[in-house]
Design a protein around this ligand. Structure first.
Ligand code: SAM
Length: 351
């Protein structure tokens, strides 16, 4: 077992069978401490002690999809829906720019009110005013033609978590109208177009086994995304998964550390869901190999409506408060903040 951990550290590679073997024996001896230590050293080797800060704008909670786990799924009639106008979104970015951010992540449900033209307008407004910033879109599945057009209009990066790399588990957690193969195809298309691409998954999904998690890790190693979002599944009371147990901080930290070792040059965020389960969750993720945080820039009036899961943190905080709170947390943990574009080293290598 220790030999496998040493191999993982030395080569950043394991077979799927070896990944399963490591996951099965991690709770023995000091294996987990070794995994975290190797992940931390790997992160230092590539990104040093820097933690990139991205400004997150959650610009619409309308969604045509019906993922069983998600609080903003189309069937949830209890959510108060909102949309930010292109001008509202620009204002959030202006505030973010003044706070020092040079990367903006624009996220929403799958909301086709934002047509190609509207999305182009938003990208044009932000890039017109701030040409040097990087813009990340996270708006779900669209056609290749749309992805191409948005790339040309100035989108640099795209986050589309694969959610789970197991087709069988994916199909249990999504309605028949959603396709595992299409989601994976979208990821490949985005990469081909030239985006910095983010994949990722939830830990602790109902029915998820060690074998499923090994599939996620193996997929990430093969696909080598530029960004990887990993967070615990947290049940939402107005979804069919209400009352389900959900993921733990401990298991999610293990996945973050393992991912740092299998995809050493990826940008890995310490997710808000980690901070929701444990006040120190994001700091612990940073110590386990994460190198990105995404403070929220959305207007306070809408923050609590983007409720993917219960008890989401920071929904009452001003953007400037989120900025200083996270800066303080990063510094106290012994890391440095970096407000630059923070391009993925995986992408820089191939660009
Ligand atoms: N609509 C876009 C998409 O599908 O990629 C982006 C928005 S979607 C709400 C963002 C992410 O939230 C999903 O990829 C999923 O992993 C996460 N999420 C949704 N419900 C969750 C839950 N109950 N617990 C934890 N994470 C959740």
């Amino acid at each position: 077992m220790r030999e496998l951990l040493d191999k993982l550290y030395a080569t950043n590679s394991l077979t799927k069978e070896e990944i399963i073997e490591v996951l099965r024996h991690l709770d023995e001896a000091d294996h987990k401490d070794v995994l975290f230590d190797y992940a931390h050293k790997t992160r230092l080797a590539h990104y040093g002690p820097r933690v990139f800060m991205r400004g997150l704008v959650e610009f619409s909670n309308y969604c045509k999809q019906d993922c069983l786990y998600c609080g903003i799924r189309a069937s949830n009639r209890k959510v108060e829906r909102y949309r930010l106008t292109p001008q509202d979104i620009l204002e959030c970015c202006t505030e973010g720019y003044e706070l020092g951010y040079r990367t903006f992540v624009l996220q929403s449900g799958e909301d086709f009110w934002y047509t190609e033209e509207r999305l182009e307008e938003i990208l044009g407004l932000i890039k017109g005013k701030y040409p040097e910033v990087a813009i990340t879109l996270s708006i779900g599945e669209r056609s290749r033609a749309t992805y191409e057009r948005l790339y040309k209009a100035g989108a640099d990066r795209f986050l589309l978590r694969h959610e789970t790399a197991s087709k069988e588990l994916y199909e249990k957690l999504h309605p028949a109208s959603m396709s595992f193969d299409n989601r994976m195809e979208c990821l490949r298309t985005l990469k081909e177009i030239g985006y910095q691409v983010g994949a990722g998954f939830m830990v602790g999904l109902p029915g998820q086994t060690t074998h499923h998690l090994a599939e996620d890790l193996h997929f990430l190693h093969t696909f080598q995304p530029d960004m990887i979002g990993i967070g615990p599944f947290i049940a939402h009371n107005d979804t069919p998964l209400k009352g389900q147990k959900g993921g733990t901080v401990e298991d999610t930290l293990t996945m973050v550390a393992f991912t740092r070792l299998l995809v050493p040059k990826a940008n890995l965020p310490a997710t808000t869901a980690m901070g929701t389960l444990d006040p120190q969750g994001r700091e612990r993720a940073i110590k386990a190999g994460a190198n990105v945080v995404m403070p929220n820039l959305s207007p306070i009036s809408v923050k609590d409506k983007y409720s993917l899961y219960e008890n989401k943190i920071c929904t009452g905080d001003e953007a400037s408060h989120c900025r200083s709170c996270l800066e303080m947390r990063i510094k106290v943990s012994g890391f440095d903040i970096d407000l630059g574009r923070g391009d993925s080293l995986n992408w820089i290598q191939h660009a």
